[in-house]
Write a protein that binds this ligand. Structure first.
Ligand SMILES: Nc1ncnc2c1ncn2[C@@H]1O[C@H](COP(=O)(O)OP(=O)(O)OP(=O)(O)O)[C@@H](O)[C@H]1O
Ligand SMILES: [Mg+2]
Length: 281
């Protein structure tokens, strides 16, 4: 295991301060085999990773390599076949509530407006939704949904629904945020705006974040470290440190350095043969 790096000096002071809001996550020797009758599928094989509090981890890898399975194991929704997950030093033995999850397609309640969809998170935890109204409005405004608080989900675009789902996943200030291809269904422009919004929220709140994506540029643009997984059974193929300055505004993500870490080297990351790499645009 590589030694843990402290947060890079380029991170905003505010971000450094808020880092305490995240929890450390230890993934130790996690394997997962799904068994049904005579069939068995090994989804994950001996995954080890130490994630520091407030770190932004992006996970990339071919379809079916076990990314969603890993996320569900960390969330306690699936037990590992081997190994363990420790969150803030405590071994996970079942579903836990101290986290927020965003799935690829936003799951909103059709009969509740945007604000009430966000506040359902507080309801479910036995809190007082009224106490969170102002905060929910402020967060919605941060992701461009000011003025849409009273709209019903059917009146929103896909991107707006996903923004509401992200706010719902963060309203209770979870120390851990899990996102499984949250921008997968969005067009390129909306996706870029969502990336900017997400980075802004993460810089302010500092929660430890796992972000699964098929977009290599998106992974590099968002993450402190990108975890590249092998085809099934998923193992960690390599870990790429992304020490680009934050916030990662346009000048950063159009820089030569960004391209040299990300798009230009993605084929090498994925272990593709040289011949295939030469064929890349
Ligand atoms: N509940 C399950 N029962 C049996 N097999 C499963 C189950 N969940 C996942 N698998 C298998 O485990 C493997 C990994 O699945 P997983 O959904 O984690 O992949 P993924 O990396 O998230 O893929 P994608 O990028 O397509 O979302 C696949 O072969 C899948 O068929
Ligand atoms: Mg998946």
């Amino acid at each position: 295991m590589k030694p843990q790096n402290p947060p890079s000096p380029s991170e905003a002071g505010q971000a450094l301060q808020s880092r305490a809001a995240g929890v450390p996550v230890e993934i130790a020797g996690v394997s997962k085999v799904f068994r049904r009758e005579q069939m068995q599928t090994q989804a994950l094989e001996r995954v080890d990773l130490s994630v520091r509090p407030g770190e932004f981890i992006a996970v990339v890898g071919p379809s079916g390599c076990g990314k969603s399975t890993l996320l569900k194991i960390i969330a306690g929704l699936l037990p590992p076949s081997e190994g363990r997950i420790d969150i803030a030093g405590k071994t996970i033995s079942g579903p836990h509530t101290d986290l927020g999850i965003v799935f690829q397609s936003p799951v909103l309640l059709d009969w509740r407006n945007v604000l009430d969809n966000v506040l359902v998170q507080i309801d479910l935890r036995g809190g007082d939704p009224a106490a969170y109204r102002d905060q929910a409005r402020a967060l919605l405004a941060k992701v461009g949904l000011a003025g849409f608080e009273n709209r019903m989900p059917r009146e929103l675009s896909g991107g707006m629904r996903q923004r509401a789902a992200i706010v719902r996943a963060m309203i209770h200030q979870p120390p851990l945020l899990m996102m499984d291809e949250p921008f997968g269904a969005l067009d390129a422009l909306t996706r870029e705006q969502m990336r900017i919004d997400l980075e802004k929220l993460w810089l302010e709140r500092g929660q430890t974040t796992f972000f699964i994506t098929h977009g290599i540029s998106e992974a590099v643009a968002l993450a402190d470290r990108v975890i590249v997984m092998t085809p099934r059974p998923g193992r960690i193929e390599r870990i790429i440190e992304i020490d680009l300055p934050r916030p990662r505004h346009k000048a950063v993500i159009t820089s030569r350095r960004f391209r040299s870490i990300g798009p230009a080297s993605s084929a090498t990351w994925m272990g593709w043969p040289r011949r295939a790499q030469r064929a890349l645009p």
